[in-house]
Structure formats: structure tokens, C-alpha cells
Design a protein around this ligand. Structure first.
Ligand SMILES: Cc1cc2nc3c(=O)[nH]c(=O)nc-3n(C[C@H](O)[C@H](O)[C@H](O)COP(=O)(O)OP(=O)(O)OC[C@H]3O[C@@H](n4cnc5c(N)ncnc54)[C@H](O)[C@@H]3O)c2cc1C
Length: 394
């Protein structure tokens, strides 16, 4: 019997373990063969000359926990039951604990387009792990389908590895994908502080003054795209199909107007040998569903998240959540959330409040923000939590 089982050895799970292990018997479970979660692929410049090296941070979190915490890798959790204690069923056996933390992170979303099953087509996250963790080039010249903070960050990382990105465009419009030039423009504006592009800083100014996005800024956006952050970005072009016989050879690009409507006859081919598809991230909340937790839908958190308090509690006794399973944010927030859940389990309210302040501070100052309306999403979940707590008290 363990005091606490943590599902997920990412930054949230390992940070929780680092605190709990001083007073408890802790087990961390992860289905991947290496601990560190999505930290493993992350590499970007936070401030001039100050790099966020996820691999190094993961190594430190592992070396801080491996002596006192049991970490079982290549172990998938497929069911959890609550009796007096939690029973966790995994591919390496069944384990029991008094407390449980769900820190399963997020998954990538990707929308289909013709010939997306050709060798050489992958998600941006796969390209990130290949390049930064496995040290394998995904190819020599890539095209990225989808403009969002994740695809932009990873496109920059490919550049650091000297891999050519030929184009970053919108996906084709279909039932699953409705990204419009104005959505992509908003993404670029939200990254404006890190984008050394006069066009984007001007756009950021306009967008700040007028909502929705100033139509003039969209109309003025050059038809063939711009170079920002060293990347060839095009919001008035969509990639409508991938071409190749044995593997990826090129993509077909369709020009559009500023509303995303295709311009007749305006297509061209762009040569490439790999394609990355990206439609953002969604919380991996299946374990919460297995326990019948109530879930809340918030677009700005990435989709359905288990109902939880700002102190990471859930409706079930001794069950906590931490990290991207509660909404898509960066790895620092995930680490503070893991620490907060651990302090709550140990009953250290002062330390828990300090972790909460650190989360608030990081949310304000984060270099990578996944959604501009994140705080609204957080408020939706909090409001529902307070209503349910009030009803219980009545
Ligand atoms: C592809 C991708 C790229 C990202 N890139 C960036 C980036 O560049 N910068 C940034 O700030 N953020 C990035 N993120 C967001 C990132 O998720 C957070 O920064 C941070 O890693 C979240 O930490 P976490 O501990 O909540 O989850 P994760 O780091 O995702 O860790 C969760 C762990 O849980 C394990 N797990 C899940 N389900 C199970 C199960 N059923 N059984 C056992 N183990 C399970 C997973 O294997 C994983 O190791 C990225 C996310 C993804 C998906």
C-alpha cells in the first residue's frame, strides 16, 4: 500500500513526488519508457540568452526523486477504482494507495487532409521529440499545417536544429477544421512580443485597440506571407493536400482572401520531404472519466477538464489533479500545480498558498501562452466548483 500514487511522470507528477517523498511512500506511474513527460522535447529562449531546456529540467526532476520515490515506467494505467482506498490497474500489475494524483498531461489534436497517411507526415510534437530528444532529423525541408502557439514554438525549435521550414500555413477547411486567417493573426499577435517583425508589432497595436481583429490589418497581410521569428508564415494560404507516391514530396497550397475564402485557380506546389500537422492540445482526462468525475468544457483550457478547485482538489476524497489535465498551460505552471497538490495532501496550507501565488505570477509572465482567454476558462471551472461546494453546504 502506498500513501500516494501519481499517474504521470511529467513536470507536474515529478514535482509532486519531490515534495511528498519526504513524508510519504510514493509511487509514480508512466506509460512512456522515459520520465519527464512533454518536457523532454522542449527547448526555447525565454529571455535573451536564457534558455528553457526541458531535457535538463527533466533530468534534474528525475535525479531529485529516483532515490526516495518508486518510478515505474512503460506502465499504462487503464482503470482506477475507489473503495476506501484507490486501486490502480496497470499493465504491470495492480497497486493501491490512500491518495491519488492524476497528472496525465495532454494530447495533440490533428485534423485530416488528403494523403495524410504518407510516410513523412507527423504531428508537430512528434517532430519536436525526434529532433530535441531522439536527435533524429524528421527530414530536410518541412511544411507545418496549422498556426497556433505550439506549432510556432516547435517551428522555431526545428530552426535551431538547422532544419528548413518551407512554409507555415492554415489547414484546409472541413468539418473538423475551421481555422480562419483572423484566428491565425490573433495567435501571431499574442506572440508579438517575441516576434521581431514590424508587421506583427503594428498588428498587435491595432488588435489591442480594436476587437475583433482590425480588418485593415488582415487585408494588409501580404498574400505570400511574411517572415517573423525567422519563419515563413502565411495566413492567406491553406495547405489543401499532401503529394507523393512512396513518401511526402510536396504540398498543394491554395491562396485565400482575408476571410479564408479560396481564390479560384490560385494554387501552387511547395516542395518538402516532411509535413507536420498541428491543431493544438487537449487535456488527457480519461482517468477522471473512469472515476465518474464531473467534467467542464472550456475552449480556452483545451476542452473537457475534470472539475477541480484552484487548490487542485476534486469532488472525490483524497483525489487531486495537476498539470495539463486541468487545462493547457506551460511546464512551469504544471510544476507549481504538482507542488500545490502535494502540499494539500500533506496538509501544509501555507506552502500550498505559496504555490498558488507562484502559479498566478507565472500565468501573468509566461513566455508561452496557449490561449489568450485562459483566465476566463479558469474562472468558468472555479465558478462551477464554488456553486457545487455551496450546494453541498446547504
Ligand atoms: C506534443 C506537445 C508539445 C508540447 N510542447 C510544449 C512546449 O514546447 N512548451 C511548453 O511550455 N509546453 C509544451 N507542451 C505543453 C506541456 O504539456 C506542458 O508544458 C507540460 O509538459 C505539462 O506537464 P504535465 O506534467 O501536466 O504533463 P506531461 O508533461 O504531458 O506528462 C504527462 C505524463 O503522463 C503520462 N501518462 C498519460 N496517461 C497515462 C496513463 N494512462 N498511464 C500512464 N501514464 C500516463 C504520459 O506518458 C506523460 O509522460 C507540449 C505538450 C505536448 C502534448
Amino acid at each position: 500500500m502506498f500513501d500516494t500514487i501519481i499517474i504521470g511522470a511529467g513536470p507536474a507528477g515529478l514535482s509532486a513526488a519531490g515534495i511528498l517523498q519526504e513524508k510519504q511512500k510514493v509511487l509514480v506511474l508512466d506509460e512512456y519508457f522515459h520520465a519527464g513527460g512533454r518536457l523532454l522535447g522542449q527547448l526555447y529562449e525565454e529571455k535573451k540568452g536564457k534558455w528553457w531546456n526541458g531535457l535538463e529540467i527533466a533530468r534534474k526532476l528525475v535525479s531529485d526523486t529516483q532515490d526516495k520515490t518508486e518510478i515505474r515506467l512503460s506502465t499504462s494505467v487503464y482503470d482506477v477504482e475507489l473503495d476506501d482506498t484507490y486501486t490502480v490497474h496497470t499493465t504491470s500489475g495492480t497497486f493501491r494507495s490512500r491518495h491519488l494524483i492524476i497528472a496525465t498531461g495532454s494530447r495533440e489534436k490533428s485534423n485530416p487532409l488528403p494523403e495524410w497517411d504518407l510516410p513523412g507526415v507527423m504531428t508537430v510534437g512528434a517532430a519536436q521529440v525526434l529532433t530535441n530528444f531522439s536527435r533524429v532529423r524528421p527530414g530536410d525541408k518541412g511544411v507545418i499545417v496549422g498556426i497556433n502557439p505550439l506549432s510556432m514554438v516547435i517551428a522555431m525549435e526545428l530552426g535551431y536544429a538547422d532544419i528548413d521550414v518551407a512554409k507555415i500555413c492554415l489547414p484546409p477547411e472541413n468539418l473538423l477544421s475551421t481555422q480562419k486567417p483572423e484566428d491565425a493573426f490573433e495567435t501571431l499577435v499574442s506572440l508579438g512580443h517575441s516576434a521581431p517583425s514590424r508587421f506583427i508589432s503594428t498588428g498587435a497595436g491595432l488588435a489591442g485597440k480594436a476587437k475583433p481583429i482590425h480588418p485593415a490589418a488582415l487585408k494588409l497581410f501580404p498574400k505570400n506571407g511574411i517572415r517573423a521569428m525567422g519563419l515563413p508564415i502565411s495566413i492567406k494560404e491553406k495547405i489543401i493536400r499532401i503529394n507523393g507516391t512512396e513518401k511526402v514530396e510536396s504540398v498543394t497550397v491554395q491562396k485565400t482572401d482575408s476571410k479564408g475564402k479560396p481564390l479560384n485557380g490560385k494554387t501552387r506546389e511547395v516542395k518538402c520531404d516532411f509535413v507536420c500537422i498541428s491543431d493544438g492540445l487537449a487535456p488527457l482526462s480519461e482517468i477522471g472519466s473512469l472515476l465518474n468525475l464531473k467534467h467542464v468544457y472550456a475552449e480556452s483550457l483545451g476542452g473537457y477538464v475534470p472539475l477541480h478547485s484552484e487548490m487542485m482538489e476534486t469532488e472525490l476524497p483524497n483525489l487531486y489533479v495537476a498539470g495539463n489535465v486541468t487545462g493547457i498551460e506551460n511546464a512551469k505552471v504544471a510544476m507549481y500545480q504538482g507542488q500545490l497538490a502535494a502540499h494539500k495532501i500533506l496538509g501544509d496550507e501555507d506552502a500550498a498558498m505559496r504555490s498558488l501565488s507562484a502559479i498566478t505570477h507565472e500565468r501573468k509572465n509566461a513566455k508561452v501562452k496557449f490561449h489568450k482567454d485562459l483566465l476566463q476558462g479558469r474562472e468558468t471551472v472555479e465558478t462551477m466548483w464554488r456553486e457545487i461546494e455551496k450546494r453541498k453546504a446547504e
